[in-house]
Structures are given as C-alpha cells and as structure tokens.
Design a protein around this ligand. Structure first.
Ligand code: PMP
Length: 414
C-alpha cells in the first residue's frame, strides 16, 4: 500500500510494526496477570506469587571473595570470550553436583553450561521443535517452559499427574491418542522433583516405567531439575538421567542452590545432541559469561556449598511448614499439596471460585498468588493457584494466607 509513493505501515496504533512480526512472535504475549504483578511488588503486598530464591541466606562475603580471587588470578580469562560448551573447571564441579542426584559416569565433555537452565530449555526447543510438533508435559507445568515451546510454534499436551507425579497409564494413553491423530511428539518435558507448580515428586517406582514408555515410543525425555537438592526430609529419588543416559537430556541450575543472578545452568545430553547444543549456543550467544562461570566455579572450590544448600533447606522447610500450618488454620475448606522440597504449594479451590477473577480482589487485600491457568496450555486451572513460600518470611507467609482467607471467604460469601 502506498500513498504518494510513500510506503504505509499496516500496523496498529500501539505498534506500527505489528504486521511485520514473524508468526512465532505471536507466542510472545504478556499475560494478563503481569500488570497485576507490577502492583503486587509493592512492599505492603505479601507476594506468594514469584519464585525468587531467598538469596539473603547466602554467605555474601564468600561470594565477594570468590569474585576478587577470580579477578586477581584469572582476570584475562574472566573478561574474555570462552568456549560454547562452557568453562571446563565449572563443568567438573557440575559432575560432583549431579553425583548427589545419582548421576555417575558422565564425562565433562557431556556437560554444556548455559545462561540459566532457561536458555538450555530454549536451545533444546530450537533443536527439536518444528511448528505443529507436540511436547508432552505434566498437568500443570512450568509456565516458562511452555512459553519457550510456544515460541517455536509447538503445542503442549498435558499428561495427568497425581501425588506420585506423572501417571504412567495416562502417558501411554496420551501417546496412543496423539499418534492416532497423526501428531508428531518430540519429547516429554518433565520436572520430576518438587514440581513447579504442583509441589509433587515422581516416585522412585514410577521412574523406570515412565522411561520405558518413552523408550518404547522413541520419545526423548527432557528432565528439568532445578529444585532436586532442596529436599526437606528424604532426598528425591535418583534422577531419570541416572537410569537412562541415552534417552534423557538433563537440565540443572545454580539458580536455586546458589543464586539466579549468576545466570548459570547446564545441560547434560547424549553425545550427538550435546554437539548440536554447543553449536546452538555458539550461534545464539558465542559463549556463556566467562566471569559468572568462573565465580561460581571458584565458590564451589572454596566454600562449603553442600552446607549452604543445607542452610537453604532449613530456611525453606520452615517457610513451607508456616504455609501449610496457615492453610490448615485459615483455609481448611481448600485442599493443597504438601511438598517435600522446592518452593511451591498447589492449592485447589471449590469449583465456584476462579483464581484469575479473584486476583484483583486479592491484590486489594494486599496478597498475591499465581492463578492456576498460567500453568496450563489448554485453559484449565481456574480453580487452582500456586503459592510460593521461598521468599517471604514465615510471619509474612502467615499474614499472606490470612489475607487470602479473607478474599476466599469474601468470594464464597462467608
Ligand atoms: N525450570 C523450572 C522448573 C523453573 O522453575 C525455573 C525457574 N523458575 C527454570 C527452569 C529456569 O531457571 P534458571 O534459568 O534460573 O536456571
């Protein structure tokens, strides 16, 4: 379209470039709850919405001295580009970290570091997903992963989970149904430990069964495990990757066991996939941050990082207990999961309540949560919400749940 030879843009008033975006950009839509979260970050609001680790529990001095030593002893390396696979000394430490989850016998060469595990998720999606492909994921699933899959124009199909995690029979049925429809399933995305948002853990008994179903159907497993070491009682069962090195891509992260500000995560992948991941990383970012990786590596070499993870466990356990007690006291008419680790409790409400509709009222009462719909690709979750106990103090959690009870009871006209 031209007027007097001048090209006219076919956009709208808000964005003159609207018509020019690639189709995949349609997946980048800000959620309606995002604006409310801006309000919810006011200090007077108790936010049970975000998943921010309580970094104040970290030994700030030790981190500071790690940074200083990195600059003193390895300054030119820290300030330089690195390799696409990441810094070798850090990848050695990562093998030790994964050893705590039962992963043994992996080689440093099989580890690729990334800018948080979120970026590894993006690279895996970029390598495997074409428009129209299907990713299987628990019902509900991590909102940030579903956003990545959507950005590659894939569809997420949910598989039922219960108190023991993903239900094997439901997985079998879903695969058979989708195959019957001629759909192409690329991988199963799963968070087996202290699930975000559901708070449940895949039982040891089900792990080999889930892997066997995927193996029989030639479906790759993408195991996302940022919370595995943050258990409150028993450690989580061994990682899926420890049972099937060829069929699983494992994603790990220092965001929850150390600090998300470093943006250091990793993927452990079967050999051929690992090569492609490195190429994807080099094409997207050349190399992950040398400085961040070296500081994390130095911290792991010199600090009692296992002891620090124990400290985090204690902090989060106390907060989880505070949340469960407050729910029992103030909201006995609802039901919830009682996680044995991680950051989240999944609350189910009576059908007459809608967590998305209720959120503005909650923010007026100075409490915020994440509506359940955020964690489903198919519109489900209206009668559920995710409460996180990682960041607020136990006192703030009690106050927040009390305020939530006022909102819920108000909606129920009690
Ligand atoms: N996976 C899950 C399940 C998460 O909860 C998160 C962060 N909330 C991530 C991946 C991404 O974490 P990061 O990029 O900080 O490692």
């Amino acid at each position: 379209m031209t007027t007097d030879g001048v090209p006219q843009r076919t956009g709208n008033n808000l964005d003159p470039w609207y018509a020019n975006y690639a189709e995949r950009a349609a997946g980048f839509a800000a959620s309606e709850v995002r604006a409310l979260f801006a309000v919810a970050s006011r200090p007077e609001v108790v936010s049970l919405a975000g998943g921010m680790p309580f970094v104040s529990a970290l030994p700030q001095e030790l981190i500071h001295s790690s940074m200083e030593r990195v600059m003193r002893d390895q300054g030119p390396t820290a300030l330089q580009y690195g390799g696409g696979a990441g810094i070798p000394s850090l990848r050695e430490h990562i093998l030790d970290v994964m050893g705590l989850e039962g992963i043994r016998g992996a080689s440093v060469d099989d580890v690729v570091t990334s800018t948080g595990s979120q970026q590894a998720l993006d690279f895996v999606a970029k390598l495997f997903l074409d428009p129209g492909d299907v990713v299987l994921a628990e019902a509900p699933s991590y909102v940030g992963a579903m956003g990545v899959f959507r950005s590659y124009q894939a569809s997420v199909v949910h598989v039922a989970m219960d108190d023991e995690g993903l239900v094997p029979e439901a997985l079998r049925e879903t695969i058979a149904y989708l195959r019957g429809q001629g759909r192409r399933i690329k991988f199963l995305y799963t968070i087996p430990n202290f699930h975000n948002p559901a708070g449940v853990t895949l039982s040891a008994a089900r792990r080999p069964e889930i892997l066997e179903i995927c193996r029989q159907n030639e479906i790759l497993v993408l195991e996302d495990n940022p919370y595995g070491l943050l258990h409150f009682d028993e450690p989580a069962p061994n990682a899926l990757r420890s049972l099937d090195p060829e069929g699983v891509i494992y994603l790990g992260s220092f965001s929850k066991t150390l600090a998300p500000g470093f943006r250091v995560g990793w993927a452990l992948a079967p050999h051929a996939i690992r090569e492609k991941l490195i190429l994807a990383a080099e094409s997207a970012i050349l190399s992950p941050s040398s400085f961040s990786q070296l500081v994390v590596s130095e911290y792991l070499s010199t600090a009692d990082w296992r002891g620090q993870i124990d400290t985090f466990r204690g902090v989060y356990r106390e907060r989880k207990d505070a949340m469960i007690e407050a729910l029992s006291e103030y909201l006995p008419q609802l039901s919830w999961t009682n996680p044995n680790g991680g950051f989240y409790v999944w609350v189910t409400m009576p059908d007459v309540l809608d967590s998305k509709q209720m959120l503005p009222r909650a923010v007026r009462e100075l409490v915020a949560y994440t509506p359940g719909t955020a964690f489903f690709a198919d519109g489900r979750g209206r009668h559920a919400m995710r409460l996180s106990f990682c960041y607020p103090t136990p006192e703030a959690i009690r106050l927040g749940v009390r305020r939530l009870a006022t909102v819920v009871n108000g909606e129920l006209d009690l």
